[in-house]
Structures are given as C-alpha cells and as structure tokens.
Ligand binder design. Sequence first.
Ligand code: GCO
Length: 410
Amino acid sequence: MTTFTFPKNFLWGTATAAHQVEGNNINTESWVLEHLPETVYAEPSGDACDHYHRYPEDIALLASLGFNAYRFSLDWARIEPEEGEFSYAELEHYRRMLATCHENGIQPVVTFHHFTTPRWLMPYGGWVDEGTPDRFARYCEKAVNHLGDLIGVACTVNEPNIPVLLSKILPFKMQDTPFWQNAAQAFGVSPERLGLFQFAGTPEARNVILAAHKKALNVIKAGPGDFPVGLTMALVDVQAAEGGEEKAAEYQYEMNDIFLEQLEGDDFIGVQTYSRMLVGPDGIIHPGDDIEKNQMGEEYYPEALGGTIRHAAKVTGLPVIVTENGFSSEDDTRRLEYFQRALRSVTETLQEGIDVRGYFAWSAFDNFEWVAGYTPKFGIVAVDRATQKRTPKPSAYWLGKMAKENRYQY
Ligand code: GCO
C-alpha cells in the first residue's frame, strides 16, 4: 500500500453557490428567467436548500464530516437589491456565516460572483455593458469592507469562460430560442444587449468580465484582511483525437488560454473540472452510447482533473486550488470512485511539483443545477426536497475521512 501525505494546510472542502442553495434569491436576474414564458429552466429555484436559514447546521455538518474549508458565494443581488442601495442586514447575514465557519474550524472561501446578477443590472446590458466592471467593483468594495477580516480565500468571478464552453457543447444557440427573446423583453433590452453572464460569449463580453475581475481583485486586495484572491475557471481537459491536434489547440486557446494568459497579479487559479473534451479534425467527438456519463451527459473521466491542473499551472504559473470537481449521479458509488480517481490524479500533480493548495468537491448538497433544475445530483449530502432533511452519502464520509487524515492510501 502506498501512502501519500498532502501538504500541510491543504484546504479540504466542498463548494456551493448562493443561488443554487440559499433559496428565494428573488432579486437576481435568474429568478426572473426561471419564471419567463417558454423558459429553458426545467423548474424554478424556489427554496433551494434553504441554506440561507440552515447554514449554521450545514456548516457544522461539513465540519463534523472532517472538512477544514467551505467555498460559498455572496449573492450580489441580496447585498445590493437596487442600484446603489446596500443592505446592511444582508451583509451582516454573510458576516454571521463567516463567523460560523471560523467557530467550526472551517476556512471560508468566498466567491463574489457566481453566475447570478442583480436584476437591475440587466437593463444596462448586464455583462456586455462597459459600466459593469465599475458597478461590480463598487459592490465588491462594500462587501470586502464589511467582511474582509473574516475571509480566508476570495474568488472574484466564477467561470468567466463558461459562455465559450457552453457555445461549443450546446447543440443549439441560446440566442435563437424564444426564451432569449422573452428575456430581452423582460429586461427591456434588445436581444443583442442581453448580457446574461452564462451566455455572454462575445469578445466584448469577455473584456467586460475580465475588466470586472481586475477591478475586483484590486479593491478586494486593498480592503481589510490579508488573503489570496483569484478567479475560477471551467476547465475541461481538452484532448486531441487522431488528426485533431490543430483543432484541439484552437479550442484550448478560445475556451481557456485566452483567459488564463491574462491573470497577472492574481494569487492563485481556481480549477473546476468535470470531464474531458475529445477533439477531432472536425471538432468535438461526443462520447458514444457505450460510454458511461454523468447526468449532464459528460464522459465519466476523473483523470481529467490531473490534466487541467497541469495545464492551468503551466499557462498561469500560479498556485492551483481545485475549487470544483465532482460527478452528478443517482449512484453514489460512482461518485465515490470518481473522487478516488480524481484525487489520485491530484496526488500525481503534487508529486510532479505543482503547487496545489486545496480540493473542493462540487457539491456539498444536492442543489439547483441551473437550467437542469433539481434532477442532477451532485451532492455528497442528499437533501429531501419536501422536508429539507440532510443525509450524508457514503462519498461524504470517504472524503471527510481523507480531509481529516490529510493523506491518501491506495
Ligand atoms: C459550474 C458552476 C456550478 C455548477 C457545476 C455543475 O461549474 O458550472 O460553478 O454552479 O453547478 O459546475 O455543473
């Protein structure tokens, strides 16, 4: 048997995002989208996991399982429900959450923007409007001034590259759907000015989002507290199939490197990986029917994580935190094996000398998986949708034990 010991102070955690777990995030643009006629959302987020009220027991549960860190996000739309109107009560809510983490020996990793945006930002054009970086930085400044002394690690924006990735893997263009027209109308903008974060894939939108990241990085660093600040990226492990080398390199650049190359001044890169993408000379080769997949239709391929850690470290030169990694399935034994193999690949990257500082499983709870609603099960803790009762799955105990021991035996 081989024993691998992780570095001292390695962060072991799980991740969530406000809109996916809190419940009743009614001031977000997503809440509006979920309720539109011809919406692409399978169901509305509703009460989600009621984490907004249940965070004390949730954080205590994660600590009791053995984790020493927890990644969650602030809901900008709660903190600034109308432009320029900041809610002291909501800032205090997040302050209590941070304090609860510390009381439980949990290092809080705080994401300032995880996909959802206040609905008031949308009439401006949201993430395609040049004024958005300043608006985002103003909110970040307020938030960090109130919370910074309790933050352990900060992520500015989550997955600025998600629109490019989605445009490659979705079989249709969101912009061509009636939903898109209805959304534009609901926010009083033209379809071209509908800057939804997850679908804002133009070069202009990329510049707006990266500018928002830079401004946020500066204000967060200037605020109270002294902690690492970075962004997180949706990184699929791009692999070339025979003859696909050129195309794969092109995809790698468009989806990933164009962002990764612009992170000078960041303290770390957050790697979020679920699977790989095989690219042939004509583009993506989708996994066939005989290949095991997660509930999102992606190939069961845990080793993707090793590949993306290496790539992100090489391109950015930054320390890595795995801020998301997981497998959606009704069958927790498949998730458990996924974690075992993915973490094995993390140990390999550490042995190669890459500076990996933490691992966060997506997700703590079965939660609201955006347009897919509550069907995909990513959680290591099950949540009964009728009663909100939490039940840890075997994968939660396995990961928690690993976190407690800080070593891997295989
Ligand atoms: C993302 C987001 C999460 C998702 C997760 C599973 O990576 O898209 O950070 O909000 O829920 O990835 O799809």
